[in-house]
Ligand binder design. Structure first.
Ligand SMILES: [Zn+2]
Length: 71
């Protein structure tokens, strides 16, 4: 399973979760303030240079924009 970073839109805390592919974080609960619905960050694993091309069509059909888990 891929690891995703999620940010809380309310308090700004960032957490890292192992989630299934396509997880958007909308059901995750902030461990700090209890807000439900976190925002997924696009984290390129150990490649901080990857930021462009999100949502591009060069990946597999199941890829939701973060290619970290699909190839
Ligand atoms: Zn929070």
């Amino acid at each position: 399973m891929p690891m995703y970073e999620f940010g809380c839109p309310k308090c700004g805390v960032v957490i890292t979760e192992l989630c299934k592919m396509g997880e958007k974080g909308e059901r995750l609960v902030c461990s700090k303030c209890g807000h439900i619905g976190l925002t997924r960050h696009i984290s390129g694993f150990s490649s901080p240079g990857i930021s462009g091309g999100t949502g591009g069509g060069s990946c597999s059909p199941g890829c939701s924009g973060n290619c970290a888990g699909c190839h």
